[in-house]
Design a protein around this ligand. Structure first.
Ligand code: KG4
Ligand code: ZN
Length: 366
């Protein structure tokens, strides 16, 4: 049975949606150094469809997977015999995309005779914070540039993990590596999905979230009184589909205009509602479980209002509160986080038996 000391270099693969990623990382004391992190994105192609078109995403994965793996090996200057294990995202995600990464990882594990580690994509997002260097700038020996967290130290357990992406809005309690408790998540649309759908109602181009956020900067978030869905529920679940309906009603009933000042005000009010609910629930979870440290990850963490509110609330409401936010480049889909997650979650699987599972969630961890 392999122990964690035996695993020093891991090659990770990520293909859950429209990004094809391969990264190589090595363990350095308590954190992970990424030697290479290659991401090929088919997002520009998806832009044409106004969203991710699963079949097109899967076709792009097939085209990219081998060049991406080759490039990751070449940039890391690592040969196959130096790799101790292969890690791969096996879910959740789009089945056609997941299959490409899973089959590639199984093939490499068998061909190179390496152990295979299966990784839950959602858990991997949190592991951005255990990466010590910025993988987008070339790694040099001795370099120890930390991620853009508010603290230079490794996060201490217990932690509250907040994941806010296009497909997920979840809160977990991380007791230690390998021991997690699911606290709650969205019952319908995820935060990013709500941003994107509201952006479409405002006639903003894809990807909607960043464009809506840009428009919101010119607006007054108090001009419209939008709902704060589930703000007073005693659980840690979220629901954002009603917010989108409220926005649609304002537009249909001509209470809000999709041009000019009115659209900026509406964008600001939408951003306010989404971020307010997320921040309040995250702090409530930290208080309930007496946790002082919070990790936030996922594409929506790129939203400045969310980052600012989270940062202020952590300081204001938690006595020794600390917020960890990874580099934005590590918050979106990439294989560096899969590699980092694998070092601390050695879920060895038989390469002949591993199957992609598009339907798993963070509630499958405990
Ligand atoms: O995690 P991610 O890159 O992709 C997955 O969901 O897998 O998240 C993408 C989501 C999209 O919904 C996008 O609109 C949203 O993150 N997003 C933002 C911002 N940047 C990205 N939403 C609001 N404000 C932003 N600045
Ligand atoms: Zn993701």
């Amino acid at each position: 049975m392999l122990k964690s000391e035996d695993i020093k270099i891991i090659l990770g693969i990520e293909t859950s949606c429209d990004e094809t990623g391969c990264a190589i990382g090595l363990k350095d004391q308590n954190r992970i150094k990424i030697l290479s992190n290659i991401v090929a994105s088919s997002a520009p192609l998806q832009e044409k469809y106004g969203g991710v078109f699963p079949e097109a995403a899967a076709r792009e994965q097939i085209k990219s997977i081998i060049p991406v793996i080759k490039e990751a090996l070449s940039q890391a200057r690592v040969r196959s015999y130096q790799i101790d294990a292969i890690a791969v995202t096996y879910g959740p995600g789009l089945i056609g995309s997941l299959l490409v990464g899973v089959e590639a990882a199984k093939t490499l594990a068998l061909l190179w005779n390496k152990p295979l580690i299966s990784i839950n994509h959602l858990l991997a997002h949190f592991y951005a914070i255990w990466i010590t260097n910025d993988p987008s700038s070339p790694f040099k020996a001795g370099q120890n540039k930390l991620s853009a967290s508010e603290s230079d130290a490794s996060p201490n357990f217990p932690l509250i993990g907040l994941l806010v992406s296009g497909g997920h809005t979840d809160l977990i309690l991380m007791k230690k590596h390998g021991k997690y408790q699911y606290l709650g998540g969205t019952r319908d649309d995820a935060a990013g999905e709500c941003f994107d759908k509201c952006a479409r109602l405002l006639n903003l181009p894809y990807p909607g979230g960043p464009n809506l956020s840009k428009l919101a900067r010119k607006g007054d978030d108090k001009a419209f009184n939008l709902p704060l869905p589930m703000i007073n529920s005693q659980d840690f679940d979220f629901s954002f589909s009603g917010l989108k309906t409220a926005v649609a009603n304002l537009i249909t009933n001509r209470i809000a205009d999709t041009t000019g000042r009115s659209s900026a005000d509406l964008a600001a009010a939408i951003e306010h509602s989404i971020t307010e609910v997320i921040v309040r629930k995250t702090i409530a979870a930290a208080k309930k479980y007496q946790v002082e440290q919070i990790i936030a990850s996922g594409g929506v963490v790129a939203n400045t209002t969310l980052r600012t509110k989270l940062s202020l609330a952590t300081k204001q409401f938690l006595t020794h509160g600390k917020l960890y936010i990874p580099l934005i480049s590590l918050c979106t889909d990439n294989a560096a986080v899969v590699t980092a997650c694998a070092f601390y979650n050695l879920n060895f699987v038989d390469p002949l038996k591993l199957q992609a599972n598009p339907g798993i969630s963070l509630s499958n961890l405990d």
